[in-house]
Design a protein around this ligand. Structure first.
Ligand code: NAD
Length: 262
């Protein structure tokens, strides 16, 4: 199941690999793109936020470039993949990190909020997996999907988000099993973070009536007693994207400071 390299390049755990990271302008996606380049990959950062995406790529340097990309749009996916293949020669790794969080119980979620959450988090991940399988099936590759602890356990306040992330968890297994059956050499795994200190979580806190109390409530659920850092998630994604994880597919990886252990 070894993913072949798309170019030469120096050392590192991803030496010579070409990667596409969605949601790469911010948070976990950005930390992942930075880490991938540090480990020898060349990276297409994609995001719907053009300004922050372009700035992120500039900050990383010549081994990264930015592609504007709304993951809910089929035509954007085709274009992002084309751009990645034309500039990097291949797509060896896809990380589906683009996502949105919506607070709302089942009783108070509008159909529009529901559809928007599913569109970005689940439709976007489905389109990414489909396009990646088509692009990788000749030479193999690795797909890493960002689910969440919200894809493992329920929360009364996050009906749409939980549903979208639960969908990502099982979509991942379906993709992994299909690719294994076809002998494509493509691995697909899901990552399930707990609370991570990113702009997504900071803006969620600041939208609550008492942000400090909300943060304290989150920390109460963490055995380790702090939010995670995006770099800590990037380390796990790096492992799953690399050839070190050649025997790992269809698996789910919880990284949550112990919040779901009890
Ligand atoms: N931060 C956490 O605590 C946490 C926990 C579990 C799972 N996750 C998941 O990790 C992933 C990354 O989250 P983060 O915390 O880094 O969030 P973030 O808000 O910092 O970054 C998400 C990025 O996705 C982009 N994005 C949103 N909608 C998009 C679309 N339609 N098309 C393209 N890009 C789009 C945003 O512009 C942003 O740059 C998400 O899927 C999130 O659900 C985060």
């Amino acid at each position: 199941m070894s993913t072949r390299q798309s170019g030469s390049g120096g050392g590192g755990r991803l030496a010579g690999k070409a990667a596409l990271v969605t949601g790469g302008a911010s948070g976990i996606g950005l930390a992942t793109a930075q880490r991938f380049v540090a480990e020898g990959a060349r990276v297409a950062i994609t995001d719907r936020d053009e300004e922050r995406g372009a700035e992120a790529a500039r900050g990383i340097g010549p081994e990264a470039f930015f592609v504007r990309h709304d993951v809910t749009r089929e035509d954007d996916w085709a274009e992002a993949m084309r751009e990645c293949v034309s500039r990097l020669g291949a797509v060896d790794i896809l990380v589906n990190s683009a996502g949105i969080f919506r607070f709302g119980t089942v009783e108070h979620t509008t159909l529009e909020e529901w559809r928007q959450t599913i569109a970005v988090n689940l439709d976007g991940t489905f389109l990414g997996c489909r396009e990646a399988v088509r692009a990788m099936r000749e030479r193999g590759g690795a797909i890493v999907n960002l689910s969440s602890v919200s894809g493992l356990v329920g929360d009364p306040d996050n009906a749409a988000y939980d549903a979208s992330k639960g969908g990502v968890r099982l979509l991942t297994k379906s993709v992994a099993l299909y690719c294994a059956r076809q002998g494509y050499g493509i691995r697909c795994n899901s990552v399930h973070p707990g609370g991570i200190d990113t702009p997504m979580v900071r803006s969620y806190f600041s939208d609550r009536p008492d942000p400090a109390a909300e943060e304290r409530e989150w920390l109460r659920h963490s055995a380790i007693g702090r939010l995670g850092r995006p770099e800590e998630i990037a380390s796990l994604i790096l492992y799953l994207a690399s050839d070190e994880a050649d025997f790992v597919t269809g698996a789910e990886f919880t990284i949550d400071g112990g919040s779901t252990a009890a």
